[in-house]
Design a protein around this ligand. Structure first.
Ligand SMILES: [Zn+2]
Length: 113
């Protein structure tokens, strides 16, 4: 199997690249964040959850079956990462410490009361 000679080091390189990239992304997103306001439920948080689109199962299948589509799929999923509200799961978080954020917080608290 001549092809395996270059395929295995290439696979190892790609895995290191993807795992390393994810580690860097998760480290940077864990830093203390600015308070965020959810415009859907009015919840405030400084620890938004991050959510990515796509399926881990499809990702694994693509990786096992074809390396390049697997890599592309992984990269696409990483690019769709977004911050979501830990209360309701909506991706409608805005910065709370802005005039807009304060205005929306006021509106939402009035709407509830
Ligand atoms: Zn919410």
């Amino acid at each position: 199997m001549e092809a395996l000679r270059w395929l295995i080091p290439l696979l190892a390189l790609v895995v290191i690249f993807v795992v390393g990239g994810r580690a860097i992304l998760s480290l940077s997103s864990r830093r203390s964040e600015e308070p965020l306001l959810c415009t859907t439920c009015g919840g405030q948080t400084d620890m938004p959850q991050s959510q990515i689109r796509g399926s881990r199962v499809i990702e694994i299948i693509l990786w096992l079956a074809f390396v390049i589509p697997g890599l592309l799929y992984s990269l696409w999923r990483q690019s769709t990462r977004q911050k979501v509200c830990p209360t309701c799961g909506s991706a409608t978080l805005i910065l709370a410490n802005t005039p807009e954020g304060r205005r929306r917080a006021e509106q939402l608290s009035k709407g509830k009361g």
